[in-house]
Design a protein around this ligand. Sequence first.
Ligand code: HEC
Ligand code: HEC
Ligand code: HEC
Ligand code: HEC
Ligand code: HEC
Length: 179
Amino acid sequence: MKKIYKRTFVLYLLIMIVLVVVGCLKNTTEVGYKPHQPVSFSHKTHAGTMKINCKYCHSTADTAAHASLPSSRSCIECHRLFEKDNPKLELVYNSTETGAALAWISVCNLPDFVYFNHSAHIKNGMDCAACHGKVETMKQTFLAIEFSMAWCLECHQPDNGNTETSKVASSSNCSTCHR
Ligand code: HEC
Ligand code: HEC
Ligand code: HEC
Ligand code: HEC
Ligand code: HEC
């Protein structure tokens, strides 16, 4: 009798742990995930209204695996002239003085066991919006598309005669993304 109770307890414990882990993962990979940022930066204002090019701020998107985030120095290029007394920019000015980078919270979070490469996609003519949605309309940045494995495999699949997808036939093996 006792043994059975112990087993059920261990089983429940395991199920709880799995649920908690899955719950935590889900939180950050769910469409609409919108972390509160240290500075209320708006893509709608900067990339939408002002039409600043994405690559002005994310300069390595087409040349490296990772798309970099802008340094506060690049914000100050403009903000030494604009909105100087706006309290929303206080942290940005502090950051350039102290040299400590702003602690932006990631919106797009692939698990560590997945390898992704921006430049491989951009060089093949893919638009930022195909994977990030219409960022230039976002007041607060949110996750527009869930980066599930199934979604990646819509393109990364073995040659099936479909010209659009067979382009990536070479990278449909597991080691492309899990290395
Ligand atoms: C090319 C110039 C330029 C660059 C670069 C720039 N900004 Fe701005 N930003 C502006 C202008 C102009 C406004 C005022 C827009 C308005 O009020 O319509 C503004 C407004 C803001 C505001 C105030 C928004 C509000 O709702 O009060 C914040 C915060 C801000 N910018 C943060 C940043 C940060 C952080 C960066 C760097 C990642 C940055 N900006 C880079 C020009 C720039
Ligand atoms: C003036 C600078 C600026 C411009 C222009 C800009 N961004 Fe950003 N971007 C930022 C900053 C600062 C962050 C970090 C804060 C946030 O997430 O809102 C960011 C975050 C992001 C993120 C989330 C990254 C993460 O943490 O996972 C994506 C995706 C993104 N930008 C795409 C774009 C696209 C696409 C464009 C062009 C349509 C663009 N950005 C234009 C400054 C900029
Ligand atoms: C094929 C899909 C795809 C395209 C196209 C794409 N991205 Fe991304 N982006 C991603 C994924 C997936 C991540 C998350 C990477 C990770 O967590 O390792 C990401 C992350 C980011 C980040 C956070 C920093 C980083 O590298 O993790 C920024 C900023 C960003 N993208 C900007 C852009 C911009 C700007 C463009 C267009 C020039 C663009 N992306 C095009 C899929 C894409
Ligand atoms: C809309 C189509 C599309 C989607 C969606 C897509 N990819 Fe790709 N991917 C490509 C193309 C096209 C290439 C470049 C051709 C090649 O390398 O075979 C590429 C290349 C890559 C490479 C580089 C391969 C190499 O050998 O260097 C990696 C890594 C990669 N993709 C990972 C991912 C991951 C992870 C996702 C999902 C988060 C994803 N891709 C989603 C089309 C796509
Ligand atoms: C084009 C990129 C890509 C390729 C190719 C790929 N995966 Fe994945 N894989 C992902 C991404 C992104 C995730 C994380 C998101 C998720 O869990 O759906 C993932 C998650 C996983 C997981 C974690 C469990 C899960 O579903 O969350 C396993 C196991 C896995 N992949 C196995 C494989 C195997 C085996 C292959 C080869 C048959 C493969 N993957 C090929 C992108 C890829």
